[in-house]
Design a protein around this ligand. Sequence first.
Ligand code: OX2
Length: 828
Amino acid sequence: TPNKKIESYFSSNGIVSGKLGLSKDEIKDSFLEKTFYGLGRIPALATQNDFYTAMAFAIRDRVLRQFVRSTQQFNEKDARGVAYLSAEYLPGPHLGNNLLSLEIIKETREALAEVNLDLDEILDQEVEPGLGNGGLGRLASCYMDAMATLGIPSIAYGIRYEFGIFKQEIRDGWQEESTDKWLHYGNPWEIVRPEIAYEVHFGGKTESGIDEKGNYSVAWNADTVIKGVAYDTPILGYKSNGIIMRLWKAEAIESFDFSIYNSGDYYKAVEKKMRSENLTKVLYPNDENLQGKELRLKQQYFFVCCSLKDTIRLHLLQGRKLDQLHDKFTIQLNDTHPSIAVAELMRLLVDEHKMEWEKAWHVTRHTFAYTNHTLLPEALEKWSIDLFGRLLPRHLEIIYEINSRFLNELRELQYSANKIARMSLIEESGEPSIRMAHLATVGSFKVNGVSALHSRLLKEQVLNDFAELWPDKFTNVTNGISHRRFLVVSNPALSDLISEKIGRDWLTDLYKLKGLEAFAEDEDFQKKWMDIKLENKKALSKHIEEYAGVKIDPTMMFDVQVKRIHEYKRQHLKVLHILSLYRRIKKGEGERISPTAFIFAGKAAPGYFMAKRIIKLISSVADLVNKDPDVNGKLKVVFIPNFNVKLAQRIYPASDLSEQISMAGKEASGTGNMKFALNGALTVGTLDGANVEIRDEVGKENFFLFGLTTEEVQQTRQDGYRPSEYYEQNKELQGILDMLISGELSNGDTELFKPIFENLLQQDPYLLLKDYQSYIDCQEEIHEAWRKPKEWARMSILNVANMGKFSSDRSIQDYVEKIWNLQPIKAD
Ligand code: OX2
C-alpha cells in the first residue's frame, strides 16, 4: 500500500513537480552540502576528485528528479515503449553533458568560482565508463541521449563490466594494455538496486514430462545459478526527460554456498562465489572479430535473461497481459550480441509462463527488431552447437524447434535444398554452429542496417535470401550522433559563434544549421570561424605534447585518423601517403606540400597481430619524420595513446581534415566521420558507409572523394587482383613499400614490417595498392585547397551547415516512424 503522506509530499512540495534548484546559489549550496555530508570531507583534506564527486552528487539529484517525473508520466499514460539491448555502451563523461541538459553550465562555473574552484578542472577529473569497443557502443549512448531528449518511453539494458575497454599505453612504439579500473574512485552516477535482481541459470540438462495439469512441459535442471543485480544510471535528455541505463552485475546467489558452508569448506564456498562474479568482470576487447569464447556467451545470455525478466516485470506491473507484450514493447537488439533473446523470450513464455508455442512465437516475432552493424564475415556471430548445448541446453532445443518450423515453411515454398541449407539457423558444414544473425532475422519484425549503402548491401549480400522472402522486414536507419555532446559540450566556442548568428534552436533541431550557409562567404565570419579552430588546435597541441611528447605547430593542417585500428579501415594507407611526402621532401620535391601534422589514435584488439604492427609502423614513421630536420618543419606524425570519448571530444574540434578511407563496402556506417564534419573538418573519404550520405548532404564540391566504389571492388576481385602488378608499375609506390623491408624504419631490422609488406604484395585484401594513386592525387588537391584559407573556411562552414541529417535525434525519429511505432511523451 502506497504511503499517502509521502506521495502528497512528493507532489506538493516540489520534489517531483516543482523547481529543480538551478540557480547559482542553489548549486553552490548543494555542492557544499555534498562535500561535507555526502563525502565527509573538510576543505583542508578535500581533493579535486572529491570536489568532482560532490558536484556529481549535486547534479545527480536534479537528474533523478527528471527521471522520476518521466517515469511517472510514462506510467500514467500507459505508454508504448522500447527496451534497448546492447552489450556495449560508451557514455563518455556524464557531468558536462548533464550540466548542458539542465542548461546550468554558466551557473555552475560561477558557483564554483565563488569558492575558488575551476569548472574545467573539475570536469577533467571524471573517469569515463569504457563499457564498449568503439562505434557500436558509442552509437548506443548517442541514442540514449536522443531518446531522453525526444521523450521516448525507454529503458536501456546492458552489462556493468568491472573493467571496461583496456587502457592503452605506447611503449617503444608498441601498444601495451592495462586494466581499466574505472570504478576505483567510486561511481557517483549509479544507484545500485539490490531489490531488482534475477536468477540466471546455466548448464545441466532438460527433462520433458507431463505437468500437474496434464500438459507436456520441459524442465531445465541447470547446474549453475548466478544472480544479476541492477545498477541504474540516469541519462538526461536536453531540457527534457531522464531515462535509465540499467546495467547488470553478476553476483553469487546467497543460498548457493550453504551446503558447502555446512560441510565446512569455507574456502571452496568463497571460490565459487568469486567465480560467479567473474562473469561481468571484463569487456571483450575485440571489435568486429568473434572469438567464440564461453565466457562471452555467458555474458550475453546473462544480461539478456535479466533484461527480459525485468521487461516482463515492468509489463505485468502495469496490469497488462503477457500476450500483449508486443503491443507495449519493442525490444531493439543492438547487433546479434543480445540475439539469444529470441530463444530466451520463447523459453520464458512457453516454459515459465505456460503460453502455447504458436502464441508465444507470435508475441516474440512481433516484439523484437534487429539492427545489423557489419557485413564483415569474421564479425558475424556463430556459436558452436557443442558449446551452446553445454551452456544453454534448453535454448538449443528451442532454436532447433524454431528452425525446424522455419525450414518447413521454406519447403512449402518449394525452396531448393541448397537455399534451405543457406538459410538454416544451423550451419552444418565444418563444426556445426548457430548463425545468430539468422536467429535474429527470423525472430524479429524489422531488420535494419545503419547507412543507406550498408542497408542495401545487407539485402543484396549477407541476408539476401531473407530479404527476398520478407522484403518488408528490411529497412534502413542511417546512424546519427549526439550533436549536443560532440559540438555544444566539446566545442563551446564554435557553438557560441553559431548561436550568435542563427540563434539556439539548432540544439534541438540540427537542420537549423542550414542558416549558416548565408555566412559562408562572409570574411569576418570566416575569420572568427578559423580563429576558433586555431584555438582548439592549440589546446590539442598542449595535450599532445604532454601525452605523446611531440611538439606540434598549431598552424599546420591537422590531418586526423582516429578510430579502432583495423586493416579494413586502412590506417596503413595513410602511412603510405606520409612516406610518399617524406620521400618527396627528401628529394627536394616538396614545394607543393602544405605543412601538416598527421594525428592518429585508436586501440587495436590485443590479439590482432596486424593491427598491433600497424601501430608500431605509425610510431616508427613518426620517429623517422619527427627527428629529421629536413622534413620536420613540414611534417609531424603523432600517435596519441588511449583514444576514448573524452579524448575524442578534444580531437574533433581541433581537426582540419578527417580521414575516412576504408575500402568501399566494409565500413557499415562510421560515426566519427559525422563528428569531424560537424566540427568543421573537411572529409577525405571513399564511397563507403555514411560517407556517401555526408557527401550528398554537404555537396560533392565540399568533399574530397577518392577510390573504388563497392561495385568496382567486387569487379576487381572477380577479375583476379594481383597487387604485385601495382608495385611493379608504380615506381613511387615501390620505393615506399621497399622502405618497409629496408630497415630504415626499424634500426636496420628488415623483418619487423615484413608481415605488412608481404600481406600487401601477396593478398592486399583491402586493396590499398589499387586505391593508392587515387588517394595520393586526392591529397594533392587537398594540399592545394589548404593554401587558400578563405576557400577552406567556406567549405568548412558549408560542411557544418549541412550536417542536420546526422543528429541522433533524426535517427531516433526514424526508429520511431519506421520501427517502434510509438508516441513520445515529454515530461514537464
Ligand atoms: C560498428 C561499425 O563498424 C561502424 O561502421 C558503425 O558506424 C558502428 O558499428 C555503429 O553502427 N561492431 N562495431 C560496429 O559494428 C560491429 C559489429
